[in-house]
Design a protein around this ligand. Structure first.
Ligand code: ADP
Ligand code: MG
Length: 262
């Protein structure tokens, strides 16, 4: 029988065993995600957000439950899932363009060189990096490197994009710029996205739903918030939006509540 949902996480429990000691990180995690949805994961530090993302990526195993993408059990990493980390490792000896081409070459064997170059240029244009395409990573700023990471994840056309605090290492202004940019790219190129963030405003700006996790050990999903603010959204315009401010207050209150903290 076909599952109703695109990505289906059912009753997942995860523990780590280090030096004989077992720590139970996540418990009873169930979440259904529709195709094209933008989901944010938010919760206390150390509750298991990265762990959950890594399990969806197929980089971590788990003890209980199932994670299915389009009815198929996730059993390891795959090109149907693209990941962007906080500090995106680019190959330092390759230019921006070559870094994108490398990703394309490793997953799109059946496309011609010309087709791949067109794709690489399209995504470099989307993240506004066309003029820096021949630069090496050490010649560009942190924000620009992060844009290369985003372009590289989008260009291989994964079914799901997994973003782990993608803007966490950036200064506030670059961060806001990139948040607006990600919103714009997502509007043009709707993908299923799961993003871990600490930033409540970032979560509201970008998400269809925000998943709030409780404190670990045995962290659970505490609450799922629908963000019913029309798109396209822009950070500067949201700041005066009463819906935005109400959601922001709700989320901050939730993240400070005892049930989440302890
Ligand atoms: P978050 O991303 O929410 O901050 P993590 O998923 O990184 O949290 O970590 C959740 C918990 O699991 C933490 O207590 C962390 O120390 C532990 N943990 C994470 N990765 C490992 C690992 N590879 N081995 C053992 N423990 C781990
Ligand atoms: Mg983390």
């Amino acid at each position: 029988m076909m599952d109703k949902y695109f990505l289906q996480i059912s009753n997942v429990a995860k523990s780590y065993k280090t030096r004989g000691k077992v720590s139970e990180v996540l418990d009873m995690i169930s979440l259904q995600i529709n195709e094209g949805e933008f989901i944010s994961l938010i919760g206390p530090s150390g509750c298991g957000k990265s762990t959950l993302l890594n399990m969806i990526a197929g980089l971590e195993t788990y003890q209980k439950g199932t994670i299915k993408l389009k009815d198929k059990l996730i059993e390891g990493p795959g090109v149907d899932r693209g990941m962007v980390f906080q500090n995106h490792a680019l190959f330092p000896w390759m230019t921006v363009f070559e870094n994108i081409m490398f990703a394309l070459n490793s997953v799109m064997e059946n496309k011609s060189k010309e087709e791949k170059e067109i794709l690489a240029n399209k995504y470099l244009d989307l993240v506004k990096l066309s003029s820096a395409k021949d630069k090496k990573p050490k010649e560009i700023s942190g924000g620009m490197k992060q844009r290369v990471g985003i372009a590289r994840a989008f260009v291989i056309n994964p079914k799901v994009l997994l973003l782990d605090e993608p803007f966490g290492a950036l200064d506030a202004i670059t961060r806001e710029e990139l948040q607006d940019e990600l919103e714009r790219i997502w509007e043009q190129d709707k993908r299923t996205v799961i993003m871990v963030t600490h930033d409540v405003e970032e979560a509201i700006l970008l998400s269809d739903r925000i998943v709030v996790m409780s404190h670990g050990p045995k962290a659970r999903i505490q609450e799922i918030i629908n963000v019913d603010i029309p798109r396209p959204r822009k950070k500067s315009e949201l700041l005066d939006n009463p819906r935005f401010n109400k959601l922001k207050k709700e989320l901050i209150k939730m993240l400070h509540s005892e049930s989440i903290k302890t």
